[in-house]
Design a binder for this molecule. Structure first.
Ligand code: TRP
Ligand code: ZN
Length: 849
């Protein structure tokens, strides 16, 4: 049961925004670090901006002293708020507090990881360090002094003087909100490069790691330099300090954090070597390094007025990292990957009880809103805006935004106004993308008669929690057409669908094949009853790589869904088309890997549910296996020849080209394992000289039921934390569904299991709840019970990660009555057992009552 004396969580509303009456323009901090008794002395330069009391935020602080202009005062401290009633127009507020970083297991505020001190202040962690106006519209310059018996002492901005053993001073000249504050102290070693900006500023770039990890920093540094050059070239944005530091931390709640001049990374998202990281790890590192770097302008120089505007920095920065990756690698492969992520995470969120607009109107705990909707759909909204105003218009709008709002805490309205002004467009209807939740469904019907091709387009935005009715949105639909021989007869054009129903007409000699939603021009679900024949034409010939891949995906999805619900089998036409693609030497191997990948179990379950069929997790699992077997049998001996052709000679290179070959080889190996019981995978495991090939073979062998490979892997890698995360996760995710819970339970008793480390916790608990759907959803409810128990336990130490992972239950209304009952019971148990407002809010919203 919940503590009766815990106050009911407060709901915060966008409409209630009011600027502070008294602001802080400069922050002077001094830290004397100690695991259990760190002293924080803060001197805040305060200025009155309007009438009212000054209310500071503080959480779990032991207050030692408060003075105003040097005179000791005793302000009212009520829980997490300190009120200064009659503040003068300008004054200096000093506080001294004591905190215990070693006891901070929430990994928010100042905490310790392997003997190293580090901070995480977004969104509201600064208040766990000292008293302050902990909100993004209060921007101040910072001076920070650190005393500790440690060699490396870092904070934001530029170093003042030298970093002598035990003492350092930093000055950050750029006004910033509290959430961008950072401090790191420990035994760390740097890898250093230098970069000269387009404005001729010399910048020292450092990646700081624990001794022993120096050999894994090169790729991140390289990605950082390329990001800096790219942002100068594409957005005209240059870096603005003399040093840029990145620090790797083992215990971290998310991927990384864009603190001004001192980015802090989950070590998983920065450290890589060929022996320990996979191609996906490399790509992920490249993307996240770029993402955090890009925040320097979209987030830091221009920040958010309040947390409701979170997508202003996150959606835009994700869009920028996607653009960067498309330029650095294959644009086609990048786009398909981005859409896969969007559908897997955001469409699922949008279809369930947690659906919310890209700009929410209320929240209880802001940490619960770092979601796929804010990030991924937020990025899609930027992409649509760019499509509507064109690439030149987009460049003009961005330039105006940087010019007008540099140094501001801005809003979505500010952002859109720049485009209205620069491009002379009316974005009133477009703004609905920020305020209406739910994935629009686009209906397409085609008619052809007497030389006229008619397209009837409809849109429907489904109801979501708190939003029963929706207005029609402005939806950019890119499309083209081919003739039935595959030649393009209509080049890509964009129609912005703005009403519920619209008709387009074209004069054509014959009925063409429609290629709709090229490049996935809008985050919508397409209801288009296209024939297999048309889809096969698109799969073989479409000039738009996304639409080409999507045609294959639609064919596969259709077959898998019908196999589950009607017991049909797989037809030769489909298998022939897949075989043709697989053996098409002209096609990019990475594209072939994507084209042969089947829709995920979760994707199929969501689509079946949307089609009115109650999904059966076991049947979905079994059908996907049968489809893989059918593809493997159809490819037959081609499989081995194809694998031979994918061989990558020479030393490991994380390039997109080599990674594409390895990805396709892994796809083929998985198919081969369906028919040879693991012989090829065993050979591949023994031959692997990099972690990408090794993991591919390892997971195939786990699926084939090999009983010795896990032990061999462990013996080789037991001392490597990041590699062992893979070992923990793979054994659960690739277990047979009936063994998955047992494996997860067994692994929680392994001596290296550590629930306090989010990566390890996610490997084991997420390995089941996200990695093995049929194992999580076994009809006895054991999977639900296991995950709920672990989350209730974790919630006491680390509410952020517990709440984030509770989304495993967001699909509960999808399933049959028995599973719904079991999942609801698990949710109720979590809600009643939760102690944080994070997990209480999430479970309450999921239950929907
Ligand atoms: N702003 C960070 C990013 O997108 C993410 C972030 C938000 C975060 N809150 C966090 C990271 C808490 C770690 C912990 O890049
Ligand atoms: Zn971000």
């Amino acid at each position: 049961m919940r503590d009766t004396d815990t106050p009911a969580p407060q709901t915060i509303h966008l409409g209630d925004y009011a600027p502070v009456p008294v602001t802080v323009t400069h922050v002077d901090l001094s830290f004397r670090l100690d695991p259990l008794a760190t002293r924080v002395h803060a001197r805040l330069t305060c200025e009155r901006r309007g009438p009212g009391e000054m209310v500071l935020d503080g959480e779990g602080l032991k207050a030692l002293r408060v003075t105003l202009d040097g005179a000791e005062i005793s302000p009212v401290i009520d829980g997490d708020r300190m009120t200064i009633a009659d503040a003068p127009d300008a004054f200096l507020l000093e506080t001294e507090v004591e905190i215990a970083p070693e006891r901070n297991l929430a990994l928010s505020g100042l905490y310790m990881s392997n003997g190293m001190y580090c901070t995480q202040c977004e969104a509201e962690g600064f208040r766990r360090i000292t008293w302050m106006l902990d909100r993004p519209d209060v921007m101040a310059t910072y001076d920070v002094e650190i005393d500790a018996d440690l060699p490396v002492l870092l904070s934001n901005g530029d170093l003042v003087g030298d970093m002598t053993e035990g003492h350092a001073k930093w000055h950050d000249p750029w006004p910033k909100p509290t959430y961008l504050f950072a401090l790191v102290a420990g035994h760390l070693v740097p890898t250093t490069h230098s970069f000269t900006t387009i404005e001729d500023r010399a910048v020292e770039l450092n990646v700081w790691v624990r001794p022993g990890d120096e050999g894994r920093t090169a790729y991140a540094l390289d990605a950082l330099e390329r990001s800096m050059a790219w942002d100068e070239k594409v957005y005209g944005r240059a870096y603005d300090l003399s040093v840029f530091n990145i620090v790797a931390v083992d215990d971290f709640n998310m991927g990384a954090m864009e603190n001004k001049g001192l980015n802090i990374f989950n070590s998983r998202c920065v450290l890589a070597s060929p022996e320990t990281a996979t191609d996906s790890d490399y790509a992920n590192i490249e993307r996240i390094v770029a993402h955090e770097y890009f925040h320097n302008w979209t987030g830091n120089r221009i920040t958010c007025r309040d947390w409701f505007q979170l997508c202003l920095k996150e959606g835009l920065t994700v869009f920028r990292d996607q653009q960067f990756m498309a330029d650095a690698r294959s644009a086609a492969v990048q786009r398909i990957g981005d859409v896969l992520t969007l559908r897997a995470r955001q469409f699922r969120e949008d279809a369930g009880p947690l659906a919310h607009p890209v700009r929410p109107e209320s929240f209880v705990e802001i940490n619960n809103f770092y979601t796929a909707t804010i990030y991924e759909k937020g990025a899609e909204v930027i992409g649509m805006l760019r499509r509507i105003v064109g690439s030149d218009g987009y460049a003009k709008g961005c330039a105006l935004y940087f010019e007008q709002h540099d140094g501001d805490a801005a809003t979505i309205e500010d952002w859109l106004a720049c485009f209205e002004e620069a491009c002379d467009v009316d974005l009133t209807q477009f703004k609905l993308w920020y305020t209406q939740a739910g994935t629009p469904r686009i209906g397409v019907t085609e008619h052809f008669a007497s030389g006229v091709w008619r397209l009837e387009l409809t849109q429907d935005v489904p109801p979501t929690p708190g939003q029963p009715e929706k207005a029609p949105m402005a939806i950019p639909l890119a499309f083209g057409a081919l003739d039935d021989g595959g030649a393009e007869v209509l080049e890509t054009r964009v129609h912005v669908l703005g009403t519920a129903t619209e008709v387009l007409e074209f004069e054509m000699d014959a009925r063409p094949v429609l290629s709709m939603l090229r490049g996935f021009s809008a985050p919508v679900i397409l209801d288009h009853d296209q024939s297999d024949a048309d889809r096969l034409v698109l799969l073989a010939h479409d000039t738009d790589p996304f639409a080409r891949w999507e045609a294959g995906r639609a064919l596969a999805k259709d077959r898998l869904m019908r196999a589950v619900s009607e017991g049909r089998y797989f037809d030769a036409a489909w298998l022939d088309a897949l075989a043709a693609l697989a053996t098409d030497g002209a096609a990019d191997p990475a594209f072939r890997a994507l084209a042969l990948a089947l829709p995920s179990e979760d994707d199929l379950a969501g689509s079946l549910h949307a089609a009115g069929v109650v999904p059966d997790p076991d049947a979905i699992y079994a059908i996907r296996r049968r489809a893989q077997l059918a593809i493997a049998e159809r490819l037959g001996p081609d499989l081995d020849a194809l694998r031979e052709a994918m061989r990558v000679p020479g030393a490991y290179d994380p390039s997109a080209e080599d990674a594409g070959k390895r990805a396709f080889d892994a796809t083929l190996l998985r198919l081969r394992t369906m028919t040879d019981g693991g012989t090829a995978a065993r050979a591949a495991y023994d031959a692997a000289d990099n972690m990408t090939d090794r993991m591919a073979a390892f997971t195939c062998l786990l699926e084939a039921g090999d009983e010795t490979v896990a032990g061999r892997f462990e013996a080789d890698w037991k001392d490597d934390r990041l590699v062992m995360d893979k070992w923990f996760m793979a054994q659960i995710a690739h277990a047979a569904p009936r063994d998955a819970v047992g494996t997860a339970e067994r692994l929680t008793t392994h001596p290296d299991y550590d629930a306090g480390n989010p990566n390890r916790f996610r490997a084991v608990v997420g390995g089941l709840s996200a990695g093995n759907p049929a194992g999580f959803h076994t009809p006895d409810g054991r999977g639900y019970g296991f995950v709920a128990d672990r989350l209730i336990e974790l919630d006491r130490a680390n509410p952020q990660t517990a709440a984030r992972m509770s989304t495993a239950f967001e699909t509960w209304r999808r399933w049959d009555a028995d599973r719904q009952d079991l999942m609801r019971a698990a949710l109720e148990r979590m809600r009643d057992g939760a102690t944080s407002r994070d997990l209480i809010e999430m479970t309450t919203r999921m239950l929907g009552d």
